[in-house]
Design a binder for this molecule. Structure first.
Ligand SMILES: CC(C)(COP(=O)(O)OP(=O)(O)OC[C@H]1O[C@@H](n2cnc3c(N)ncnc32)[C@H](O)[C@@H]1OP(=O)(O)O)[C@@H](O)C(=O)NCCC(=O)NCCS
Length: 160
């Protein structure tokens, strides 16, 4: 199967949302940061409910600490923030192609990349294959309820 990565169009947005919702349905960070009674929140907030804003800001605070500790390039990093492949299509090389659209550009520009994985297994191994290394473990805690994020960075490859 030949795979071509193309930019999203407006028409692609509903399909992209579907893929993200399916791929992250059991994701530890998504489970932690979204309220479980999504339907009620969606009714209250015109379809935009569900986000636990207290937890969102806990995450942003921990993230700022991580960036302060890890990010050492004033130009910043390419942040591979949400990467998702439909569950039925995972493990077929599509994720690698998606990442390469960013990492190839980062290599050309000599810029580092960054991501936060909400799963140690299997994602850390997958990202190591794409050249990322573990930089820091980040705990987002709200009382007794916590989730871990794994901050990984990637140095640009120097072309010979
Ligand atoms: C993480 C994700 C984007 C990877 O995409 P994918 O299409 O499944 O990955 P690929 O098939 O391109 O595999 C990439 C590499 O990882 C390896 N890999 C794939 N699944 C693996 C597994 N379960 N364990 C170890 N290695 C694995 C592949 O062999 C490949 O290496 P290679 O190219 O050197 O052979 C995808 O699995 C996904 O959407 N997961 C759910 C959502 C998610 O967790 N997103 C990331 C949150 S930060």
């Amino acid at each position: 199967m030949s795979i071509e990565v193309v930019p999203l169009t407006v028409e692609d947005i509903p399909g992209a949302i579907e893929v993200i919702q399916q791929a992250f349905a059991e994701d530890p960070y998504f489970v932690w940061v979204f309220n479980s009674s999504k339907s009620l929140n969606n009714l209250r907030h015109w379809g935009r409910g569900g986000l636990n804003s207290k937890r969102y800001w806990i995450w942003k605070d921990r993230q700022q600490e991580a960036h302060n500790a890890i990010w050492d390039d004033p130009r910043g990093y390419y942040f591979c923030n949400i990467v998702a492949v439909s569950p039925g299509s995972q493990g077929k090389g599509i994720g690698r192609k998606l990442f390469e659209t960013v990492t190839d550009r980062a290599d050309e520009e000599g810029v580092k990349c960054y991501l936060e994985s909400s799963r140690n297994v299997p994602n850390v191994k997958i990202y190591e294959k794409m050249g990322f290394t573990m930089s820091r473990e980040m705990e987002c805690r709200d009382g007794a309820d916590a989730c871990m994020l794994y901050c990984m960075t990637r140095e640009p490859k120097v072309k010979n």
